[in-house]
Design a protein. Structure first.
Lengths: 331, 331
């Protein structure tokens, strides 16, 4: 395949587009990128015009687009690509695939869940390379994922396979955004974890301000917000409640990962997203809980590693829906 | 394909072999069957001779065997087919596939986990026909299963995909045979459930003896054993503790099934095995717990149905490893 693939990454905070090389050798290389903020509260047409203009800005130099791969926040009708991203009320059953197909006639246009694209990216070019059976997870304001089994992306009956955030880890536990109780996402998503710590007296940023070598000498400290990211920073600075929150998240993740490992006979789990920045403080309790709940011989081999790709991951995964369709798109 | 497939079903209580038709039209029809008890405490050679003789007894009339499909209790090295069935200590890393390949040279010999074969059978010829995304479960002295996703049997990295019995449904709960705590199998397998009820004062068979229309008039009642099957009978007769045990099992099954539905985007779950004989008394709490924990649109469509095939299911699934290898055996 010569020419380039147009990769599109649609999120609640930003839109990103890229040209990705399709030549052997440079296949999967991100050649050129454009980003813009998602118009807050934009209606369907405003959102589409924003994307359309962003693509114009990317394609100022001539380029032969041989296919379009798209990652978009869910839910969506799949594979039709009619999207209703939970954080973008302006698009409800918006025919994103059809609109892109009008703009790029005669080439394949593949739309998938953004968390699935991140998993695909890790499998194709990141920490999951060489694994035939992996779960790629994102732990951020939500908890999502994508499954690759027997070397192929698993879509499930409606393109929704990989929803590991809704494995129950605490029966009778906190209510999740989905309406159920005790889902992994209800326990381990950043905002839930921050609320849990605040409810126990966590003072965001206090541990960082009081850390040795700073204290009184620090003339100005930016106001800390009660976020998952701040929780990770405070845990690193030794805050007792922030550490307890990481333990809580890690154990919840370990239970859900164990379910996936036992059910799907996985080799590997990659974990990305904001909370994974906490490093060992999160991965240690995760691995402990996983080890306690994967006791059969086959399940013990599964490893958990941080995701390897940075902010381009969503674009790389979207491009793979075209460039490596034999693995990541239904035959 | 003309000729017949030799199907073999190796379990801790019985060995079964069958010739299964491979002609279009009769494909999958069980033509002839032989069964024998598993020699208790048999060593490797005794077990092999028992199987070998059983095959002799099946093949007294001439038959062209075009392939051999085998379901065997796990664990095993897969796809090598070196088996170590947990209930047959005489076979440890026994080269079952290789020995059958010596006896039937030049034809494919495929060995898989017995629970996987039951799931394959339900998908191929039973309650799962037409579903592209299903989990086939067995709830008996153990809890096992097999996964079909995107229309193909999922093997996982070591042929162990489908181990739904080791999804955690009760964190910190009872210790499982695998060594972990709170696995579905530790809660819902027949013997665990019977022990749970006995510990609360269950008197096996009492409810059946006292049921209206029987009482004093019954001259002889066979001694009831504290089994999962008896528990199901007593629940049907209205025994309070037996009903509570079915509720406990059903809810545990519902949580694990919800995990599989959310993670794998399933259409269908089939449930077979002794405990499934309890019918609505088991399926009602199962469906209630499943409904509580599958709240996203895509997950609500999943249905749970009883397995449809009887005692030949294991043989039918074993035959499918050959007759429908394009769906049930790796390319």
């Amino acid at each position: 395949m010569s020419g380039s693939v147009l990769a599109v990454d649609i999120g609640g905070t930003k839109f990103a587009v890229a040209l990705v090389g399709s030549e052997a050798g440079g296949e999967g290389e991100v050649l050129r990128t454009r980003r813009t903020a998602t118009p807050p509260g934009g209606d369907a047409q405003t959102l589409w015009r924003t994307l359309d203009s962003l693509i114009d800005a990317l394609l100022t130099e001539p380029a032969e687009v041989v296919g379009v791969g798209v990652g978009c926040g869910g839910p969506m009708n799949w594979p039709e690509g009619e999207v209703s991203p939970i954080n973008m009320p302006g698009w409800r059953d918006f025919p994103l695939r059809a609109r892109l197909a009008e703009r790029f006639p005669g080439v394949p246009v593949h739309v998938h869940n953004d968390a699935v694209c991140l998993a695909v990216a890790e499998h194709w070019r990141g920490a999951g390379r060489g694994s035939a059976n992996m779960l790629g997870m994102v732990v951020s304001t939500g908890v999502g994922g994508g499954l690759v089994l027997d070397g192929r992306l698993i879509n499930g009956g409606s393109g929704n396979a990989g929803h590991v955030g809704h494995v129950v880890v605490e029966p009778g536990g906190p209510v999740c955004g989905c309406g159920a109780r005790g889902c992994l996402e209800a326990v381990a998503r950043g905002p839930a974890l921050a609320a849990w710590a605040l409810g126990r007296g966590w003072q965001p940023g206090a541990a960082v301000r009081e850390a040795p070598g700073q204290g009184e000498a620090v003339p100005y400290v930016e106001a800390a917000t009660a976020s998952g990211r701040q929780l990770a920073l405070d845990a690193a600075a030794g805050d007792r409640l922030a550490l307890a929150a990481m333990e809580r998240a890690g154990r919840a993740l370990g239970l859900a990962v164990a379910a996936a490992v036992n059910l799907c006979d996985l080799d590997l789990v990659t974990v990305g997203g904001g909370l994974s920045q906490a490093g060992r403080l999160l991965f240690d309790p995760l691995e402990a809980a996983l080890g306690e709940h994967t006791r059969m011989g086959f399940a013990r081999r599964a490893r958990v590693v941080p995701a390897a790709l940075g902010q381009d991951a969503g674009l790389v995964g979207a491009a793979a829906l075209i460039l490596a369709a034999s693995h990541y798109w239904p035959r």
